[in-house]
Design a protein around this ligand. Sequence first.
Ligand code: FCB
Length: 449
Amino acid sequence: MYPQFPPGFRFGMSTSAYQIEGAADAGGKGPSIWDTFTAQGGTVRHGQDGRVAIDHYHRYESDIALIAAAGVQDYRFSFSWPRVLAGDLDFYDRLVDTIVASGLRPVPTLYHWDLPQEFEDAGGWMNRDTAHRLADYASTLVLRLGDRVRDWITMNEMNVHTLYGYALGDHAPARGLGLGALPAGHHQLLAHGLAVQVLRTHGARGVGVASQHFPVMPATESAEDVAAATLFSDLTNWTFSDPILLGDYPSELIRAGVGVPDAQLDRDLELIRARLDFYGVNYYEPTMIEAPRVGKDYSGVLEVDIPDGMPFSPVPVKSDERTDFGWAIVPSGLTEILVTLHERYPALPPVIITENGASFHDPAPGPDGRVHDERRIAYLGAHLAAVADAISAGVRVDGYYVWSAIDNFEWAAGFDERFGLIHVDFDDLSRTPKDSYYWYRDLIAAQAS
Ligand code: FCB
């Protein structure tokens, strides 16, 4: 009845700091780029922000107890860099103690998009120094928590942060640089490489990265569409994994676009290709790309508008089923991307699916006190089966984490989009495990270990 996974396979749940913590000014914390971005009108649906989010900062004990009660082995969360910068490490000390005492393995991410505003003011990820600031931050954290945290994720979805935050204007810091954003990608990769070094020097056991990947399909087999899809995939998939797993960028265009002199670039790539213990894959949906059709109006076709003049246009993936966020439900895309990664990278370390999940606009708990979210159960079941298919095809996958443990602030979409296994009433902040939570618990219990 439930898909079965090899012995030792690890189940988990994921969250990130800005999306759940709230406590925007606690302990002298300064603003992150997301505090700044959300404070500018018109950036987030309904003008919402993460100042309170789901107040996890004050409710972490009961949240961790709920997560642990599902029987997962791992909990992935992230640190708020501005909070750490303000010296409020006591919060993470208590959080990690609680996680470990609940029998969970903490798997924190250093950077999940909430850059301290003061670093953005100095150029943000367009400034090479930011990579060195991240290494200092990694060292602060590993020195303080490394006795209890043994497994670390450096960066989350450098591709999305670069594309939405630096190339376009949909996410903080909304720089709108187009292809000029490539240096922001390179500096994040450099930060990753430097962080791997720092974490290992201080005894980390497992070090990985969380990368978003997706199959990119050309809209037709025409040479123009195929070329547009290849370029798009180079920019959004391989620019962020080839340097780590092959030690180079996927094309000369991109190598030149990152704007680093050759000798320096070779030294950077040496750092970036540092061996990893695991490779995190976040998967949601495939992408379909066409070469821009003359005279066609693409505005509003998708949630993200690619500016005029770009040599590719995303178009909706043909799919009968969509989440309430409008994302196509294509579980086979997960098998496909895992097999592609396995074939492309002989040095691919064991994979952990560090995010996968779906937003449905779940109803509030009914008179029976339950949240019936059958569509999420179907989504997760189909994607877990897709992971099992990839394992059968020879890909080594060691774990799977649901995005997300708990409903939270979904970036530019605010609180409308609910990804959680645990429901949150955004008025009184009460928590209620959804039916999918109990289903996941039962699936984990049903593994022959
Ligand atoms: C990913 C992000 C994560 C969450 C999910 C839905 O791109 O890493 O924070 O917003 O999408």
